[in-house]
Design a protein. Structure first.
Length: 367
């Protein structure tokens, strides 16, 4: 007998689950109020770093590595083979933990001279630079749509509507009521309004900036980069959009439904100052673009992927990307299928219970 599912939300997490279930033979209805990969989706933008480094955390290291394989299986062109460089400001910091974990998990990495990677780079505050040569840059918006479209090609029905929960049912704004064996709610920044009684998420404004750069700064060529202790990440000029600098500071509270998507002045100041500090040749280069999105942050920055306490295995909540969703999406969809069917026990740290404050998975800083 064919199993049925309703998946609400067509961001990367919802699309990953809809795609996985549809390709496994489930009857899937995929509900989205706007469109897959829309401009208000969480931790979106046109590009995302896909890397395995997660400090000492082997679970996320392996899951991100698996996601990279699955993105490339979907379409090799979705991932630009650029590598990702980590600027380590301490010998015994997060990057050293990552190096040990990557090695234990069989993921290639090496310490390199960053002056061979970037046309201009400041190194006097660095202990070393760690390169993940097999990491890459995901064309994020396009990749999200590709997942959702593959789900449709596998038989999923895409429904454009606003949805709200009614016990184990899904009620649409046109009056339709959807029922299925399993309902998965993956609504990103809209989750607190729907399920704030059982989960805790902070929604913050995150801004990314694009600066003019000469041709030598093109990516691939220039790798993606992360400065964990400096709370910033970015990449070179991918597809002519400009060199990307993204402050990973904890942004102000944000309402994804009503918020004006204007970049925060302090975020822009941070990005300009970081660019001048790390890549001196680009100091004062013009800003040519910017984008505001939002993160849905859990207390410990681990995902939420758990059954609703009142509905058991019939209703699942999936979210809390905390900026990590694209690094793990397809792999998390794969695991969700196993958890939903009972083939594997759900990951307890993704549960709905109390969590201890921990931001170690993010390159988080303060303004």
């Amino acid at each position: 007998m064919t199993r049925s599912a309703v998946v609400v939300g067509a961001g990367v997490l919802g699309s990953s689950v809809a795609d996985r279930l549809a390709r496994s033979g489930w009857s899937v209805r995929h509900v989205e109020a706007l469109a897959p990969g829309h401009v208000r989706s969480g931790s979106g933008d046109e590009s995302r770093l896909i890397r395995a480094s997660h400090g000492a955390d082997a679970l996320h290291t392996r899951m991100s590595r698996r996601a990279l394989e699955l993105w490339r299986e979907l379409d090799p062109a979705l991932v630009a083979p650029a590598g990702v460089a980590w600027f380590a400001r301490r010998e015994d910091g997060w990057e050293a933990d990552s190096e040990a974990t990557l090695t234990a998990c069989g993921v290639p990495c090496e310490r390199v001279d960053p002056e061979f990677l970037f046309p201009s780079v400041r190194t006097d505050d660095l202990a070393f630079t760690l390169l993940e040569p097999e990491a890459g840059i995901l064309h994020a918006r396009v990749a999200c749509r590709a997942l959702a479209d593959r789900a449709v090609a596998a038989g999923a029905e895409r429904i454009r509507a606003v949805a709200r929960p009614d016990g184990e049912r899904v009620v649409l704004d046109d009056g339709r009521v959807l029922e299925a064996d399993v309902v998965v709610w993956a609504c990103g920044a809209w989750m607190p309004a729907l399920f704030g009684d059982v989960l805790s998420l902070r929604i913050t404004q995150q801004d990314v900036f694009y600066f003019a750069a000469p041709g030598a700064w093109a990516t691939p060529g220039v790798p993606g980069w992360v400065d964990y202790d400096g709370a910033a990440y970015g990449l070179g000029d991918l597809d002519g959009r400009g060199l990307k600098v993204a402050p990973d500071v904890d942004g102000p509270p944000f309402d994804a439904e009503t918020g004006e998507r204007r970049v925060h002045p302090e975020h822009e100041r941070f990005a300009r100052e970081y660019l001048a500090h790390r890549f001196p040749a680009l100091a004062g280069t013009p800003l040519i673009g910017a984008r505001t999105c939002q993160y849905e942050i859990t207390e410990d920055t681990w995902f939420v992927a758990a059954p609703h306490p009142e509905h058991g295995a019939r209703v699942w909540l999936l979210g809390g990307g905390s900026g990590h969703a694209f690094k793990h999406g397809p792999a998390l969809g794969e695991r969700m299928e196993a958890w939903i069917t009972g083939a594997e026990a759900a990951e307890p740290r993704f549960g709905l219970g109390p969590r201890s404050a921990d931001t170690s998975l993010r390159t988080i800083g303060e303004l």
